[in-house]
Design a protein around this ligand. Structure first.
Ligand code: C2E
Ligand code: CA
Ligand code: CA
Ligand code: CA
Length: 278
């Protein structure tokens, strides 16, 4: 008998146990984070190419934990999905993003706002009416809202997701496929999605240089998007060289640290005004 085959099941793994405890703590604290005022939205500009005009802002959620400090959405969004409170968080995001958009409009900035929805949100058939209700309450035409969903979120239950997305689109809300290129969907499936915008994942864009694998992927994705009649945006634009390539390939929009990090609503409006005058 090989040695080691009958090791006890519960071996001590400090790393894993600690991270499990952290997850449990975060899940329980997240339920009260909103009431405690620890959640807020930041906004990052999406610019049209080649001219570089701001078209809209992506709203990104932030959590400042009372003991642990800032927790990233990549960590807490999956926990919110697992603990069943993602719908409450998404409602907070939709309301906050539209409130910010309303304030920008009132200040003379005619911009749209994009929000991220999770796979779980797309399984809620009350979502379209809830979103349209928020739009009415903030007196915003639906075309001011862009909903970003990842390929993998839609593919979880494509029939259902398409129905939810179609109701939003019929009302005039714009739809974007996020993190494009990282999922496993086929072009045939993509063709069925009622979307307006395709977002190339930042993993292909961040270190974009001519002649690299990323370069080939980015260029062909822009072509595919355009052939499907979609507007294509590159996220994670960090370098001038990358931006120059995106312009050369006819990419429609760009977003990334090269232009601006995500900012608080008022700081974002200030950035837009300075950017416009520049
Ligand atoms: P995402 O939707 O793909 O958002 C883009 C992420 O890239 C954001 O990270 C943004 O801050 C970051 N980013 C922007 N420009 C650059 C750049 O030039 N370089 C690099 N390296 N990164 C850049 P963030 O805010 O940490 O969000 C991470 C993910 O968490 C998001 O990815 C999204 O999937 C999720 N998320 C954020 N806010 C929400 C939300 O309100 N609801 C849901 N369901 N998910 C959210
Ligand atoms: Ca996004
Ligand atoms: Ca993305
Ligand atoms: Ca992402």
């Amino acid at each position: 008998q090989a040695k080691g085959e009958h090791l006890p099941v519960c071996t001590y793994e400090p790393g894993r146990e600690e991270s499990h405890l952290r997850q449990l703590k975060l899940m329980s604290d997240l339920r009260r984070a909103q009431a405690r005022g620890q959640l807020r939205l930041v906004f990052q500009p999406k610019l049209s190419l080649p001219e570089g005009r701001v078209c809209h802002a992506e709203a990104l959620l932030r959590w400042n934990h009372h003991e642990l400090g800032p927790i990233g959405p990549d960590e807490f969004i999956p926990l919110a999905e697992r603990s069943g409170i993602i719908n409450t968080l998404s409602d907070f995001v939709i309301d906050g993003a539209l409130a910010a958009c309303r304030a920008w409009l009132d200040a003379g900035l005619d911009l749209g706002v994009a929000i991220n929805l999770s796979a779980i949100d797309l399984l809620d058939d009350k979502l379209p009416d809830a979103i349209l209700g928020h739009l009415r309450r903030h007196r915003l035409p639906p075309r001011h809202l862009i909903v970003e969903v990842t390929e993998s979120a839609v593919m979880r239950d494509i029939e259902y997701a398409v129905r939810v997305l179609e109701r939003l689109r019929a009302a005039g809300v714009r739809l974007a496929i996020d993190d494009f290129g990282t999922g496993h969907s086929s072009l045939a499936q993509l063709k069925r999605l009622p979307v307006d915008e395709l977002k190339i994942d930042k993993s292909f864009v961040m270190r974009l240089v001519e002649g690299s694998d990323d370069d080939v992927i980015v260029r062909s994705t822009i072509e595919i998007g355009h052939n499907m009649g979609l507007s294509v945006i590159a996220e994670g634009v960090e370098t001038e060289a990358g931006l120059a390539l995106l312009k050369r390939y006819g990419c429609d929009m760009a977003q990334g640290y090269l232009f601006s990090p995500p900012l608080e609503s008022a700081a974002f409006a200030g950035w837009c005004n300075r950017h416009r005058d520049a």
